[in-house]
Design a protein around this ligand. Sequence first.
Ligand SMILES: *Cc1c(COP(=O)(O)O)cnc(C)c1O
Length: 380
Amino acid sequence: MSNIKNIPLMIPDIQPQDIEAVVKVLQSGMLIQGVNVDNLEIAIQNYLSVKNAIAVSNGTATMHLVLHAWGIGKGDEVIVPALSYVATANVVELVGATSVFIDVDENTFTIDIQKIEAAIGPKTKAIIPVHEFGLCANIEPIIELAKKYNLLVLEDAACALGATSNGKFAGTFGDAASFSFHPRKAITSGEGGMIVTNNDTLAKQLRALRNHGIEMESGKMEFNFAGFNYRMTDFQAALVLSQFHRIEATLTYKRELAEIYYANLNNISDIVLPHVPEKMEHTWQSFHILFSDSVDRDSWIKDLKLKGIGTNYGAQCIPAQRYYIDKYNLDYKTLFPNAYRAYTKGLVLPLYEKLSKEDIKSVAVEIQKIDEAKNTLISL
Ligand SMILES: *Cc1c(COP(=O)(O)O)cnc(C)c1O
């Protein structure tokens, strides 16, 4: 039997004051997009020093809305990493455009800058770099490349609120950026998302598009676009705003927890620990380790589950998913070996505020024990 307590992969840290903030909204009866959504947007604008933040119903909706507002559609191509949560490519498909997949870097698991330029053609309209697992993509050269070829950049910063590259926040490099407040992310509204952009014209359009295409003109509602209903409710905004007030403390604590994994897992020969380039600060949305090719990752997931520890693979090799196989039929193992390796040999370990440093240590100790047991078996 396991001697450690149950440690799921993720539990959001909802504190009494967060619940109080939600209850206040519920008691007010003003449930739809209102003052809390406004305050959340202002808080994110100030934190990131961006001109506009637009709250919407979830992270996927943010990206769908931006691509739609940019008029990207049939006949257009959008460059996306082969490794991400599948939503990154789904939104390209949803506007009718074509996903052009690029492998990820073998060390950082973010889009490989060396491979982007060759994929740019006359139909390419945009790039969606993903700040995978909470680590910034190699974003500065991506922006340069986009400028050179006149491409739009939508940062998928779903996991990266508070991540930096060269001291600049993820989400402040591109033409627009997308954040998610799903419960797996650092702060959560249950479902929720945020678009940020310094482009006022785009922001105005996005505000209308999330709300049935409505714009106020001389105090009158005008239905100026065929819009969506992608609004965030006001109680969701209150929930995530309350957590947002402690984001820096949350990130600092998560960085301390990550150090414990580094200190305790660095001598396991079959495991590669996450690489963080010197110029970057990680959010540790996911502490993603990579097993050697000979290791059966799924047996590790089972063994850890028996010890009460929740783990999972980190992200999909998107071209290896059914819809993308049927539509594109790409030889993904050959074309995207790093994405495929992460998908089949990667593992995300628990790392969140509700865990103590001792919890992290105990997960690391269980990993050491399992590793020893497996190696003993091999040498018998
Ligand atoms: C979570 C996530 C999304 C989707 O966000 P939702 O709020 O769940 O729609 C998109 N991209 C990445 C990289 C994510 O991690």
